[in-house]
Design a protein around this ligand. Structure first.
Ligand code: 2P0
Length: 332
């Protein structure tokens, strides 16, 4: 039996990954840039075991049906094939999220699984190797190998597509992200299906790709200059543009709900009142607000008029992946 365990934190993209050019290798159409957060993480243990006749996936102690297990099993198949392992595995994942709010993330989940497998099989991978491997589980997982800011360089092959850390000279510790939970339902359209439909059918998709290089340049410049307003403006604009592509798809779709729009408008109002903050959204209706730590309390105070405290979850910059011993203590 080979066992391993790892903890990985989720990340939120400021410049989004939206679209694959290779579905099988998970090579993205564009580079993306994210902030790893401390508030949501996954701890996963894996045991490759002679006695198993199929893979088993437990999430928060409950065995999962094959639909939920798809990404996990596909990843285990890849591991078996790449490293000549012939055993099935039991995967045990715990999602640490403040509420059951639909924030379970494939980024932290698949990054933790990649780390646990690397640990179990004694692969001795560098962070770059681990990022490449996590990418095969779920694209955004490659960014969760690193703490703080990271950029996923799209590359053009399995070898050249991985994330790397962006050194912000500690600026990430002055930032916060406030999650506004407006809906905890299961998504209608997964991000995987949504991005595929957009790439294949949206007449707006080329506009998305045309704008990426400039957005990335601006975001990296803002980080280097510790310029919050520049980073916030490009984050908000890039997120809106990503969501714009879904409206041009056939058939069109959106991840926004009326409540999402309400939050967006509140953010604009708060900004007009002199508090700098900027929103971004992913493949669901919840809104994330980028704000400087020093303004977080004021931002929450303003939003408390409209949302309960359970709907407002604060997060700060979080660490990279940690490989754990099976008892839970840190190995590296
Ligand atoms: C991101 N998203 O950059 C973008 C923005 C959602 C919107 O990465 O198919 O679960 O497993 O590679 O990583 C979510 O997509 O998709 C995502 P797959 P993934 O964070």
């Amino acid at each position: 039996m080979y066992t391993g365990k790892a903890r990985a934190y989720t990340n939120i993209a400021l410049i989004k990954y939206w679209g694959k050019k290779d579905e099988q290798l998970i090579l993205p159409m564009n580079n993306s840039l994210s902030l790893t957060l401390d508030a949501f993480y996954t701890e996963t243990s894996v045991a490759f075991n002679e006695n198993l006749t199929e893979d088993q996936f437990f999430l928060d102690g409950m065995i999962q049906e094959s639909k939920q297990t798809k990404k996990v099993t596909a990843f285990l198949d890849l591991i078996r094939q790449t490293y000549q392992v012939e055993l099935f595995a039991k995967v045990d994942s715990q999602n640490f999220v403040p509420t059951a709010a639909g924030l379970a993330s494939s980024a932290s989940g698949l990054a933790a699984l990649a780390g646990a497998c690397a640990q179990a099989l004694n692969l001795n991978l560098t962070d770059t190797d681990l990022s490449r491997l996590a990418r095969r589980g779920s694209g955004s997982a490659c960014r969760s190998i690193f703490g703080g800011f990271s950029e996923w360089q799209k590359g053009s092959s399995d070898q050249t597509s991985f994330a790397r850390s962006i050194d912000a000279n500690g600026w990430e510790d002055e930032l916060a992200m406030l999650f506004v939970l407006v809906d905890d339902g299961v998504k209608d359209i997964s991000s995987r299906d949504g991005m595929r439909r957009t790439v294949e059918t949206s007449s707006f998709y080329s506009g998305w790709l045309d704008s990426i290089d400039a957005d990335l340049r601006t975001a990296k410049q803002a980080i280097a200059e510790k310029d919050f307003i520049k980073l916030g403006e490009v984050t908000e604009a890039n997120g809106l543009r990503m969501h714009g592509t879904t409206l041009g798809a056939v058939p069109p779709f959106t991840y926004w709900s009326p409540e999402s729009l309400k939050v967006m408008q509140l953010v604009r109002d708060i900004r007009k009142n002199g508090l700098p903050c900027y929103f971004t959204m992913d493949a669901g209706p919840n809104v994330k607000i980028l704000v400087e730590k020093k303004h977080l309390t004021a931002l929450k105070h303003f939003l408390a008029e409209y949302f309960s405290s359970e709907q407002l979850i604060s997060a700060y910059a979080g660490p990279g992946i940690t490989l754990l011993s099976m008892e839970g203590s840190e190995n590296s």
